[in-house]
Design a protein. Sequence first.
Length: 606
Amino acid sequence: MVSRKDSSLRPRHTFISLSLALSLAALPASAFETLSFAFPELDQDIQDQITTYSALVRAKTDGKTEGPDVLAAALQDYGIIVETLYSNGYYGPEVSIRIDGREAADIPLLTTPQSVNRVDVLVKRGPSFRFGRTSVAPLAPGTELPSDFKTRDRARASTISSAAQAAVDGWRNAGYPKAELTREDVTANHVSRYVDVDLGVTTGPRLRFGKLLNVGKSDVRGSARRRIAGLPTGEIYDPQEVNDAVDRLTRTGTFATVTLREKDVPNADGTLDYTLQVVDSKPRRVGAGAEISSLEGLSLTGYWLHRNILGGAERLRFDASITDITDQADTLDYTLTGRLDVPAVIGPETNGYFETELQHLQEPNYDLDSIELTLGITRQLTDHLYTEIGVGYLYSETTDDLGERTFELLTLPMKAEYDRRDNEFDPRHGFYMLAEATPFLNLRDDPNGARLYGDFRGYLALGARERSVLAGRVMLGSVVGPDIDETPPDYLFYSGGAGTVRGQPYQSLAIDLGDGDTIGGRSFAGLSAEFRQDIGESLGAVVFYDAGYVGRDSTPGGDDGEWHAGAGLGVRYKTGIGPLRFDVAMPAGGDTGDGVQIYLGIGQAF
């Protein structure tokens, strides 16, 4: 915080004329019916700041309209308004808040009115102040102060605070964790309308990281907590290392809260110890989901999760799904996946995992029974970039139009995920990119190769209120190496259904082998576009168009494949876990389907 020595900076409360009124929704008479704001000569963005943070606006919106509540909010607003004006360089404001004609600051607390009909807030900004002398010392090499912290620029209080913070952060980034602001002289001259600023920093000693001390109770072993945090003992202090340690502990999901505090007094050897206190999350969690379409039937999913199965913040999760639930029992698909994630197996940044997947699939183009075992490592490279690499063994028995076949593959699955969406289940801004590559060594007679897949999604909110959203998706896939009849059917690509082209039957687009025989393609392209429109607070409408391509060769888009498309309308109902999705679609291109398809699920389609 910065101090201001001139007593004339305190707000004065006077009545001024009304120039602009902001009227909120009316309540019954004698129940805080009217709230108005007047801002003579005040910029619109500052007006918006005041009304956004106003305690009176919040009280009226929340229905706190009794006299004591309104008076308390009015008294808060004096400080809120003055601080807002200070932050924008106005140090001589006049503020009046009148409750049914009486100045709020003059109302005795023992005679608080029990009901309020009208509140008028009138603000006069006063003169604009400029910086005179600006001094911050000492500064660490490379410290960058705010560009507007200089003589004759607008003397915003927020700029002063930013300059002080930059000076302290500069020394902390250079290895001085005890740097602090110890002198803050800020003087506003109401005659010259200049603000002089003199800030002083005490750096303290340059220190190295010391020990990490566990305090409090946790079911996670203390050694595991220290290993995951990865605080670099003996290295020069760096605040980013502290932030990274907290992030690593938080990402395990094992802890509800993580608090890392530096000791007040450094050690005699020039090191600084830290204390770590965590609060464990509930160790177990279960969940379930459902999706239904008129053609593919009902799909049920569920999971069981333990966040600390072995006492070292290891995460064990089992996922099960049953899909294609229709009145035909021979179409059911079953999948069971178990995965154990172990944090900090190779240094604090690299985690390990072991995954097992069992599948029984009766797809339109093939039947499959398989088991896959994978051992690998993961790394969160940045807040938004996640990577994964492993080595696996896949055994599968398949039946399709080419007959019964057995595959044994040694795989090297790799994945990179870059997520800049503002919300995973209902994004309105940002983008998402997924890239997967699975090179495989065929342990039988078939050739070796690789399966490649990419998924790219983007979102753009429109309008001042951002109630409309454009969403787009591009999917690309390719199998390189073996011929189409030498590739496991589940590595090939198909199109149609909720995940690719709505309005077309599930996996309806494949490669025609003649005589009614079909098989998946070695290349795939999928395109989706949606226009999403909010309707009220809970409802939304969607118009969408999907297209898909499947080709015989490895490169999508050639003459050896075919396209089909679907289009439709949807309704979204917002819930606490994401929007409830209801889509109606029909074919818009190709000859793989007809009629209307219906889809119901949780979350946006992509």
